[in-house]
Design a protein around this ligand. Structure first.
Ligand code: CP
Length: 307
């Protein structure tokens, strides 16, 4: 599970439905079926994480697996062992590895260059695929279907936005507007791929740098923190460029029926006002919980072939 682009449409739709199933199980007060009993999952986070690390650890335990957690200073990669060798060795002892590198995407191909252990990208420099699964699970739970969903994404075209663009555009008749500050848009390759997905699914995909280009209606307004984990901006005046892209009550008032999404962590007063994040239309904390249900779907699908 390295990139959303690696999934077929059927696999993507299936994972989102599975995540909704786990959410329904939890909402009914029931336990996840222990389909990973006897399995061992490693979690290796080189960068900070509250949600993703806990989502995968909690989901693995709830599915009956054991978890071994590695922090940024724990593995011999720090003393020069290659990523390839690390993957080869861990694959002899683990059934699955959930890793956050915040480094180049090619590192994940290196971890995955073995045929014994499932490898799950819990965020690389270029993409945050499991965030998109949580996002679409939230859309599914709020709307009852993902097909036809309209999302206005405002802020940096970061790894969460990349995954969202590669995922939402695969569903029929969706609409995704990605409005970013100039110079902070989605990579050209992502735009090209999302555009071709949108053409195939009869969806709309628009990238722009001015909120005047925002659509007249939307189901969700989505933003993300301005300083993505593990990154920094070269321009010392970047905040001036980002300031007009804050999600506040005035922007939400343009969309009276829309729900608010945020992948979290949030900086109230920067990318979103406290009034919006903590307000009635915010689904951000449900979205955070959905990371656990979608993590369960990913683990069960990757390791147990669960359907
Ligand atoms: N949204 C997200 O990935 O949160 P964490 O960085 O806390 O895992």
């Amino acid at each position: 599970m390295l990139s959303i682009a690696d999934l077929t449409d059927a696999e993507l739709f299936h994972l989102v439905r599975m995540a909704r199933g786990y959410a329904a199980t939890a909402a009914a007060g029931s336990a996840y079926e222990k389909v990973l009993a006897g399995r061992v999952i490693g979690t290796y986070f080189r960068k900070t994480s509250t949600r993703t690390r806990t989502a995968f650890s909690s989901a693995a335990l709830r599915l009956g697996a054991e978890v071994i957690a590695y922090g940024p200073g724990d593995l011999q990669e720090n003393t020069g062992e290659t990523v390839e060798d690390t993957g080869r060795v861990l694959s002899r002892m683990l059934d699955g590895l959930v890793a956050r590198t915040a480094g180049p995407d090619r590192e994940f191909a290196a971890y995955a260059a073995q045929d014994r252990m499932a490898v799950i990208n819990a965020m690389s420099e270029g993409e945050h695929p499991t965030q998109a699964l949580a996002d679409l699970t939230t859309v599914l739970r709020v709307r009852g279907e993902v097909d036809g969903a309209k999302v206005l994404y405002v802020g940096e075209g970061n790894n969460s936005a990349v995954a969202l663009a590669l995922a939402l555009t695969r569903f029929k008749g969706t609409e995704l507007y990605v409005i970013t500050p100039p110079g902070y848009g989605l990579p050209a390759e992502t735009q090209q791929r999302a555009k071709s997905y949108a053409e195939a699914s009869g969806s709309t995909f628009v990238c722009a740098h001015d909120l005047a280009r925002a659509p007249k209606s939307t189901d969700f307004v989505y933003t993300t923190r301005w300083q993505t984990t593990g990154t920094s901006k070269a321009d010392p005046d970047w905040r001036t460029v980002f300031d007009p892209f804050r999600v506040d009550a005035a922007l939400m008032a343009r969309y009276p029926d829309a729900r608010f999404l945020h992948d979290l962590p949030a900086h109230r007063g920067e990318e979103v006002t406290a009034e919006v994040l903590d307000g009635r239309v915010s689904a951000a904390f449900d979205q955070a919980e959905n990371k656990m249900h979608s993590a369960a779907a990913v683990l069960a699908w990757c390791l147990a072939g669960a359907s």
